[in-house]
Design a protein around this ligand. Structure first.
Ligand SMILES: O=C(O)C[C@H](Nc1ncnc2c1ncn2[C@@H]1O[C@H](COP(=O)(O)O)[C@@H](O)[C@H]1O)C(=O)O
Length: 460
């Protein structure tokens, strides 16, 4: 028998807890159950406000008491729900019983039969998930993503004029600036954030098979779809009028796909920064007291970006799986979504942890301008593109009769190392107009960055 105290299985609840615990407020079992209590309570208030089934509107104080069940939801309720569920073997039924018990304590036993009235568990669950996922995304995950975007933008602006050899296919290519390369990621991430901001959080509240059958059986004179719509929209959610027992989860699939897409862009950023660090373009700023390698004292390892890379992969695996599977439920419902949705927090948790690491990592790197310049100065052959393009323009304008300029430059540069002197001699001998020749003679690899410096202004 082990002597270990009870151990959590997920590192999100272990070593990384402090970085992701804000999500637990919403996407934990307790967060879900608190939201379920909220939905049950608000449904009671909706029914009594309309004096349905012999009820009378609750007083302001009674409503406060009921809503306090949500704000005061804590360990006592968590324990009581566990005890109730041990008997019911049904998590939502346990919540209903908890609310009924509290109604008794509050002197509201006369409305206890209106608890969970005409509702199926999914009516409570889907609204609770929409509320908790919305709050987790809007108050925890997106703000962290925005912090990363802001940090990235400020580093992009800082490096906007830092010319750098580009490496398409990993090979020296037409230079760019470090600022423009980081700005590309800002632009991409901002698009995804806008899409996520515009996304839906939908809810249904229409009974066991989405038909309002029990509602109509109880009182055919009520406009139940209108009541349902007001109720769902009153919670700040969009109303889904046409469903089976379950909300169709399409909004969830859309959200998780977009979050996963954001993860992949961040993954691309993390591996690019890792690569810039590995070739020395970024230096890592030593952190006091930190160790790189346990045996090689000189090392500073890019652990922030490696941790981010791994967590983004895990997050994508979970969010992709949720997006792919949640949209299918056999006939009017199967219960697979109940089990999979319990992992929404794990999906966002790995992403949040990655964001935290990227944010720290971005603050722990500095650019090595001297190395960037040395590298550019060692690769004059990349100007072959500029020269052949200028010659073609000159031929086209009738100022040159050079045949096949591309082949000429290919002959000079392909697979070869060229010095500035080689290139100057070559350009001086070219049969082109004097203005173009002067322009080419003044061109350097560091100066061949086109409009990279100003393109960054396309960022919002
Ligand atoms: O309103 C209803 O409950 C309708 C009922 N469908 C159900 N809808 C929602 N939850 C249900 C359903 N059935 C079971 N359960 C309870 O779901 C829990 C599943 O546990 P887990 O796999 O851990 O997520 C676990 O607590 C289960 O008890 C139907 O028969 O159509």
């Amino acid at each position: 028998m082990s002597h270990l105290p009870v151990q959590v299985l997920s590192p999100l609840d272990g070593r990384y807890r402090s970085a992701v615990s804000d999500l637990g407020e919403y996407l934990s079992e307790a967060g879900l159950n608190r939201a379920r209590v909220r939905v049950e309570v608000e449904w009671l208030i909706t029914l009594t406000d309309r004096s349905l089934f012999g009820s009378a509107p609750l007083t302001a104080e009674q409503k406060l008491d009921l809503r306090a069940l949500v704000t005061n939801f804590g360990q006592a309720e968590i324990d009581e729900l566990a005890e109730l569920e041990a008997t019911t073997r049904h998590d939502v039924k346990a919540v209903e019983y908890l609310v009924r018990r509290r109604l008794g304590t509050l002197g509201l036993a006369d409305i206890s039969e209106l608890t969970h009235f005409a509702a199926t568990s999914e009516d409570i669950n889907n609204l609770s998930y929409a509320l908790t996922v919305r709050d987790a995304v809007q108050t925890v995950w997106l703000p962290k993503l925005r912090l990363v975007i802001d940090a990235l933008r400020s580093r992009a602006l800082e490096f906007r004029a830092d010319a750098m050899l580009a490496r398409t296919h990993g090979q020296p290519a037409t230079p760019t600036t470090m600022g423009k390369e980081l700005a590309v990621f800002v632009y991409r991430l901002e698009r995804i954030v806008a899409q996520i901001d515009a996304g839906d959080y939908l809810g249904k509240f229409s009974g066991a098979t989405g038909t309002f059958a029990a509602h109509v059986a109880a009182d055919p004179s009520v406009d139940w779809p209108a009541v349902s719509r007001e109720f769902v929209e009153g919670l700040g959610l969009g109303w889904n009028p046409l469903t089976t027992q379950i909300e169709s989860h399409d909004w969830q699939a859309e959200l998780y796909s977009r979050a996963s897409h954001a993860n992949r862009i961040l993954h691309n950023l993390a591996t690019d920064i890792w690569t810039y660090i590995s070739i020395g373009y970024f230096r890592q700023i030593p952190q006091a007291g930190a160790t790189g390698s346990s045996t090689m004292p000189h090392k500073i390892n890019p652990i922030r970006f490696e941790n981010a890379e791994a967590n983004l992969e895990l997050s994508c695996a979970i969010l992709d799986s949720l997006a792919a599977t949640l949209v299918t439920s056999r006939l009017q419902r199967d219960l697979t979504d109940s089990t999979t949705q319990r992992n929404i927090g794990v999906g966002f948790g790995h992403s949040l942890l990655a964001l935290d690491n990227i944010l720290r990592g971005l603050g722990e790197i500095d650019i090595d301008r001297a190395l960037l310049e040395r590298d550019l100065d060692s690769n004059w052959e990349i100007l072959g593109e500029a020269i052949q393009t200028v010659i073609r323009a000159e031929v086209s304008a009738g100022r040159s009769s050079i045949e096949d300029p591309y082949a000429l430059l290919k002959e000079l540069t392909r697979g070869k190392r060229i010095t500035s002197a080689d290139l100057a001699a070559f350009v001086s001998a070219l049969d082109i107009g004097p203005a173009a020749k002067t322009r080419l003679l003044h061109l350097t690899p560091a100066g061949y960055v086109g409009l990279a410096d100003s393109l960054i202004d396309f960022l919002r």
